[in-house]
Design a protein around this ligand. Structure first.
Ligand code: BTN
Length: 297
């Protein structure tokens, strides 16, 4: 007699489909403009910024060839001001662009990067409309929707020198699918109760590979333009998406004022009781003050 077992079907989750990164298409678009350019995808790394800086510090000029390093997963992603940047394979696009750069003035580079990413993700905005993807000085992209403004992406720009050679690493993290992290990550300048925004909120169905295809080549061009002309040509484009302009803000030292856009060098202009202040340090945190809130968030 054979033993009769009740039939059970095990509901195991199938492994996620491999991500089809558009490495070749990006290389074909960028290499003619940037000789030596390569695209590299790693299944996992501590942080794409850390990895590129490590390579440059170890080998200097030999590791300064332009590279777009994409990580499917970061185990120690970094945000600004020493914060962690949490991400999950398939939910978040995490990459860094490393290249030698010699601008006459570095101020405003992270703003130029933000402009490029925002315009790539939401290019056509009728002049009468407020763009939904906005720039929160100096390094954040926000998405505006019925829930208010929530962080969509962050930028971490780091530089290193080897003799006369200046090397820049531009790290970008974009929330593509709603992050299901526990506990919800505490993101810069955003109330804890609000989950971060996701690109799929504005581009339904987009995945991390498609998001990279949209942003990568325009980003390289923007960085090259910044290297030649600095921030000035980006100023009006920033103004079109400036999330803080005309709003009450509070600086990390407690000073309050009204944001008045950015200057030619990318400095944030804040009208305070003591007059107009130019905020240049990205280490200064700026928070919009929401009317009626007990504390700015
Ligand atoms: C911030 O908003 O504080 C900046 C976040 C930057 C995150 C990106 S993800 C790719 C790159 N590698 C990192 O470790 N950080 C940047």
């Amino acid at each position: 007699m054979t033993e009769q077992r009740p039939h059970t079907s095990t509901m195991s989750t199938p492994p996620p489909a491999p991500i089809r990164w558009p490495a070749e298409a990006i290389w074909e678009a960028v290499a003619p403009l940037l000789p030596g350019f390569t695209v590299e995808v790693l299944p996992t790394v501590d942080s794409t910024n850390t990895e590129l800086m490590r390579r440059f510090r170890a080998a200097g000029p030999a590791a300064a060839e332009p590279v777009l390093l994409v990580a499917e997963q970061q185990s120690a992603g970094r945000g600004r001001r020493g914060r962690a940047w949490q991400s999950r394979t398939g939910d978040s696009l995490t990459f860094s662009l490393g290249m030698a750069l010699q601008p006459a003035d570095w101020s405003g580079l992270s703003l130029a990067v933000g402009i490029s990413i925002a315009e790539s993700l939401q290019p056509q905005v009728p002049a009468t409309d407020q763009p939904r993807i906005r720039l929160k000085w100096p390094n954040d992209l926000w998405l505006a929707d019925a829930q208010g403004e929530r962080k969509l992406a962050g930028i971490l720009v780091e530089t290193a020198s080897w003799g006369e050679l200046r090397y820049v690493v531009i790290g970008v993290g974009i929330n593509v699918r709603t992050l299901a992290l526990t506990p919800a990550p505490q993101l810069d300048d955003q109330p804890a109760a609000l989950a971060p925004a996701a690109l799929q909120d504005i581009l339904p169905g987009i995945d991390v590979a498609q998001a990279l295809a949209l942003v990568a080549a325009p980003l390289v061009q923007a960085v090259q333009a910044f290297g030649l002309f600095g921030f000035a040509p980006f100023q009006a484009r920033f103004a079109a998406r400036d999330a803080l302009a005309g709003r009450a803000v509070q600086l990390s030292d407690g000073t309050e004022g009204m944001a008045h856009g950015v200057g030619e060098n990318g400095a944030l202009l804040v009208h305070t009781a003591a007059g107009m202040k130019e905020i240049t340090s990205s280490e200064v945190s700026v928070r919009p003050v929401f009317p009626g809130s007990a504390r700015p968030c």
